[in-house]
Ligand binder design. Sequence first.
Ligand code: ADP
Length: 603
Amino acid sequence: PFLLFVDNDSRPDLDRHFSAVQSGRRSTTELWLTPDKRPPFPVILESIQLGDGWGTGWRCLTTALDITERKQAEQALLASETRFRAIFEQSPLAIQIIGRDAQPRMSNRAWVKLWGDSSTIPTPGQRHPVLSRIGAEKSFTEGLAGNSVEIPAIHVTASGERNDDRWVHGYVYPIRELNGGIPEIVLVNEDVSERKRIELALADQTELLRRQYESLRVLSEIAALPPSSASQRLTEALDLGRRHLGLSTGLISRVEGNRLTVENYAAPTGAGVTDGTLHDFALTCCSLAIEQGDVVAIAHMRRSPLAGHACYTAHRLESYIGVPVSIRGRPYGALSFYSPTPSAREFDDGDKEFMRLLARWVGAVLEEEATLRELARSNAELEQFAYVSSHDLRQPLRQVSSYVSMLERRYGDKLDADAHEFIAYARDGALRMDRLIVDLLEFSRIGRNIKAIAPVALAEVVKDAIANLTLSLSDTNGRVDIRGELPVVKGDASDLVRLFQNLIGNAIKYSLPERPPVVEISVETQPMTHVVTVQDNGIGILPEYFETIFGVFKRLHTPDQYDGNGIGLAICKKVIDQHGGRIWVDSTPSEGTAFHIELPRGL
Ligand code: ADP
C-alpha cells in the first residue's frame, strides 16, 4: 500500500485530503513519497469518494501521479525568473521592455533613476517619451522588425533623480517568442556622461595644446623675421598674428594724451585703416586694454557686458583682443587685433599668453628702433663735434707752425743756434699735435657709418696694406711673407686694411736694429673661426703690457725712441670688435711678437 510510503511531513496533508474526500468532496493534494528503493519524489494524489454501497465504512478511488518532472521544470522556471529579476533589477544599465504598442511593460530601478517613472503613457498611440527624446523611434521600429540597433551617445536633459544634462548611449533588442513573433523590444540606456565629460575635456585640452603649439610656432616665426626696418617687421608680425587669431585686422597704436595714432597695421585691402590715423582714445577698443592693464579678449562684443561701451557704439567691432605695449617700462600704446564680425571661437588662455608675448616682442622692437634713432642722432652729433673740434683745433696749430716758419724765414740769420733748435721743437710739437688730432678723428670714425658688411678677401686686404707700407719696407729692408691661403671673411674692407696696415707697420717700426724686419702672416682655421697671426722678429713686448697696449694713447716708448702716438692698436681693437672678433698678443722680448686676430667664419 503506497500510503506506507507517504513522507512523515506530508501526513497532516494526507489526513486533510481524506477527511475532505470523506465529507463527500473530490480532493487533490500534493505529497512527497519516500519509497524504500528510490529517492523521495512528489506525486499528486487525487481521490474521489465511491459511496458506501459496500457496507460499513466508505471507499474512494485514489490515483497518484508522479510529478517529479513537472516539479523540476517549475523549479527551473522559478530559478530562471529569479535570475532574470536579479539581473534586470540590479543592472546599472537602465532597461525597459516596451510592447509593440509603445507601452512600457517593465522598467528597472536604473531606468527610473535615469528617466523618472515613465512606466505609463497617458493615451495609447502616444509617442514613447524616452524613445522620442533620444531620437530612437526609428530604432524601435527596427527592433520590432527583428534587428538589434545601437543608438549613438546623445546629449539630453534627463528627468530622473539627477535632473541635469547628461550623455546617454543605448541599444534596442527584439524579444522573440517561440513562434518567431516579436511582441516586445528591450531598450537599454547607459549614462555615459562621465566618460563623455572626460572625452570632451580631453578634446578641449588637446585643442588647447594644439593652439599653444600653433602660438609658439607663430611667435618663433615672428622672432625669426629677417632683419629689416622696424616698421616692416612690425607689419609682418601683425599680419602673422591676425592670421593666427583668425581676425581681419592687426594694429599697433600709440597713445598721447587723449589721442590715439595708428602706427602700424595689417588689414585686408579696403579695411579703412591707414598709418597715422588719429582717433579719440576713449572711443577705441585699445582704451579697454590700456585701462585693464592686461589682455582684453572679447569674442562677441554685442553679447558681452561691454556692448554698451562707447568704443562698440563708435566702431561696431564685434571681436577684439588687445594688450597694452610699453617701452622701457613706460606705457606706449596698445597691440590690437579685431574683426567687424564675431570671432569663430572663444579666446582662451593660450591666446592671452600669445598676446602678452607678442606685446613684449613689439615693445623690444620699438625700443630697439628708438635706441637706434638715438644712437644715430648722438653719432651725428659726435661726428659733427669731432669735425668741428678737429677743424677748430688744427686751425691755431697751423697758425703756430706758419708763424714759426715765418719767424725762421724772416729772422733766421739773426737767430742763434739755440733759437733755431727751439723753433724746430715748436714746429715738431705742432706737427705731432696735428697728427694726434687726425688719428683721434680716425679712431672715432671707425664703425660709425654703418657700412654694408660684405665678403672680403683677406689676401686683397693684406696686399693693399703692404702697398701702403712700401716705403717703410724698403727703408728697413724688410719683407712680409704670407703662409698659406688667407680666407674670405665678412666685414668692411677699408677698416680691415687699416687693421693690417697698423699691425704690419708696427712690426716694421718695432724691429731690432741688428736685423731687418721679417713679418709672417699665417692662418689657422677653427670650426667656428679663422685665426690670422701677424708674427714679427722685432723687439718684443713684456707680458705685463699684453693688455695695456690696446688702450688709447698707451705706449711703451717715447717719441724720440719710436715715433707714434699710441692709437694704432686701439684702432685695431675697435675694428676687430666691430667685426665680432678678438685680438690678443703673444711675445718674447728680443725675439718677436705675434698678434692674433680671430674672426668668425661663414659669409
Ligand atoms: P704706437 O705704435 O703709435 O705707439 P700702437 O697703439 O700701435 O701705438 O702700439 C702701442 C704700443 O705697443 C707701442 O708703443 C709699442 O710699445 C707696442 N707695440 C706695438 N706693436 C708692437 C710690435 N710689433 N713689437 C713690439 N712692440 C709693439
